[in-house]
Design a protein around this ligand. Structure first.
Ligand code: DON
Length: 579
């Protein structure tokens, strides 16, 4: 039998008809959906930690209770950044309009000095500021969570620490995210990694993905914290184990350092952007000031009209970043040691206007143009890893927490305190290591951010809350070293200028410029070759990079009160939990 095929070409009348049909079908209004909730909502880097936060909310806890539960759970399930051995910042905006923040950034030990990392030949000593016991600063996380809970928590402390104890004692499934560290630690031989090998290896080998990963030493430490509050970490058994570990391996932290550690409640920095209130962390974070300065600069541009990630848009962003990062490096450090920082000036609309004047819409500036004074606060030579972790929480009443904390590098110092089961930070690497040595390659050696006893090192962590009419509207933050500041900026612009929903806003490709080195990086596939050519024609030096940040955010619809969360798709185990 012969089959006669009809020609494939559609009759001419069919095409307009199909087009009309297509136009009559409403297009989806969003490219990806955020998670809605009408009561409490938590979004973090690990789904089990988000569940722990939601449980606190379901038991009648508020956003601070949920933050404590989530943070301790992340210390178990997300050990590359979640921690009790590091530090960070918690920003709070109550439904009643009260705004405050808690600074639990680590502090240099009492025996620290500006020259502690300098070898006799004037170079940074090996195994000093980024690796090994000298890289460890006095941890702040437990003191910060304790202080925030004492001031604003509602549930019993024990009940919000308990989920983390359970996760550490009974274990949770190993994901592929944990495997690379387990493989690395299996090959690490230095004696100071003995405790790490004991915790992260199963008979000397990495755990298989899916295997149950229990951490009994960590469970015991968390029980002490659960039962004794901050003293369960800073005094007694845990403090003794930390101090013994330091003595054994040549570190500086003593029981006195731990007993004297204090977290502080401090006033957030505040700015405005297109009628919204913007709240961020004050120094020793540079994030709040830098984000407000960039928003002030950008407020004069019609960013929506420029178009998301068009060459013209990326140009004004990059030029704002270049100038703001120069200001950051020039001025910022621990305020206790730098009382003269020009915070009010950097936050002002006048300063932004003066900075904006120097931006040429057609040409990229050399970074030298952005330099307005002596270089100072940041150590730009070190290639930063992208760890740290952020979570956002809103409770049923509308109280909001935006919290970022870190152990600095990926798994911090990679040293687990023997017998205590948790990883120590390597945050001392955020100080400028060589006093007086500032180089064109970006090594910064000037005074505001040099180590001193009890001093806090400058940070880029930027937990942020945008409010409207006195109520929280957008909660956001990210990991990523200095890229944090630019990641958070872009998510804010994605929502406020480009009208993206929460999921679209955290997923959209990002760019980064930090003044020095003079380099405009963009997420691979994030800019079209056409845009790259246009930016190169303006004089930008472009370079593709891997994923930038893991921004976990919540937006609250002011009309309906409905909340929408999105975990950044760049996060391996990220997740939201809400009701
Ligand atoms: O506080 C800071 O800015 C850094 N220690 C944060 C570290 C980070 O995000 C990952 N990489 N270094």
């Amino acid at each position: 039998m012969t089959i006669t095929r009809t020609p494939k070409k559609a009759p001419r009348v069919l095409l307009p008809a199909l087009l009309l049909l297509a136009l009559s079908v409403p297009l989806p209004s969003q490219t990806r959906p955020p998670r809605p909730a009408d009561a409490g909502l938590v979004v973090s880097d690990h789904y089990l930690a988000s569940e722990a936060g939601r449980e606190a909310l379901r038991r009648g806890g508020n956003a601070i209770d949920a933050a404590v539960a989530t943070a301790f759970a992340l210390a178990v399930t997300h050990p590359s950044a979640g921690n009790i051995g590091g530090g960070g910042f918690l920003l709070y905006h109550g439904a009643d309009g009260d705004v405050t923040s808690f600074n639990f950034r680590e502090r240099a030990p009492l025996a620290a000095s500006a020259t502690m990392y300098v070898d006799p030949s004037g170079k940074v000593r090996a195994n000093s500021n980024h690796d090994g016991p000298l890289s460890v600063a006095v941890p702040g996380t437990v003191a910060g969570l304790w202080l925030a809970h004492q001031k604003l928590g509602r549930l019993d402390w024990k009940s919000v620490v308990e989920p983390a104890v359970d996760l550490a004692r009974n274990g949770f499934p190993v994901s592929w995210e944990l495997r690379p560290f387990m493989e690395r630690i299996a090959a690490a031989e230095h004696p100071w990694y003995e405790g790490t090998r004991r915790v992260f290896l199963d008979g000397g080998k990495p755990y298989d993905a899916g295997a149950v990963f229990a951490q009994p030493d960590l469970a015991r430490t968390l029980e002490r914290i659960r039962d004794q509050g901050r003293d369960g970490f800073y005094r007694g058994e845990t403090a003794k184990l930390i101090a013994e570990f330091m003595t054994k391996h040549g570190g500086l932290i003593t029981e006195e350092d731990l007993a004297r550690y204090q977290a502080v409640e401090q006033k957030p920095v505040h700015g405005t952007y297109r009628g919204y209130d913007v709240y961020g962390m004050a120094p020793p974070s540079s994030g709040g000031i830098a984000i407000i300065e960039m928003l002030n600069i950008l407020e004069a541009y019609d960013l929506e009209a420029l178009g998301h990630n068009s060459a013209a848009y990326v140009h004004v962003l990059a030029e704002s970043m270049r100038r703001t990062f120069a200001d950051r490096a020039e001025h910022l450090g621990d305020p206790t040691f730098n009382p003269e920082m020009p915070v009010a000036r950097l936050l002002s609309k006048q300063h932004a206007a003066a900075v904006r004047e120097t931006i040429d819409p057609d040409r990229a500036s050399p970074s030298a143009v952005a330099k307005t004074g002596e270089l100072s606060a940041a150590y730009l030579g070190h290639t930063e890893s992208e760890e740290t972790t952020h979570f956002s929480i809103v409770d049923a009443a509308g109280n909001a927490v935006s919290m970022t904390y870190t152990i600095e590098a990926w798994y911090g110092s990679r040293m687990v305190v023997e017998g205590a089961g948790f990883i120590l930070n390597n945050e001392m690497g955020d100080f400028n290591p060589l006093p007086g040595k500032t180089t064109a390659e970006g090594l910064i050696g000037t005074a505001p951010n040099q180590a001193a006893p009890g001093k806090r090192m400058l940070s880029s962590m930027s937990p942020t809350i945008i409010a409207r009419d006195g109520k929280p509207y957008l909660l956001i933050g990210s990991p990523g070293g200095r890229t944090i500041i630019n990641t958070v900026l872009q998510v804010i612009l994605n929502v406020l200028d480009h009208g993206m929903n929460m999921a679209e806003a955290v997923a959209a490709p990002r760019i980064h410029h930090q003044w020095l080195p003079n380099k405009l990086s963009f997420e691979k596939w994030g800019l079209s070759p056409d845009s790259v050519s246009l930016l190169e024609a303006k004089g930008h030096l472009l370079t593709p990079r891997r994923a930038q940040g893991r921004a976990h955010g919540i937006r609250i619809d002011p009309e309906t009160g409905r909340r929408y969360a999105a975990a950044d798709p760049r996060a391996f185990n990220g997740g939201s939990a809400g009701d």
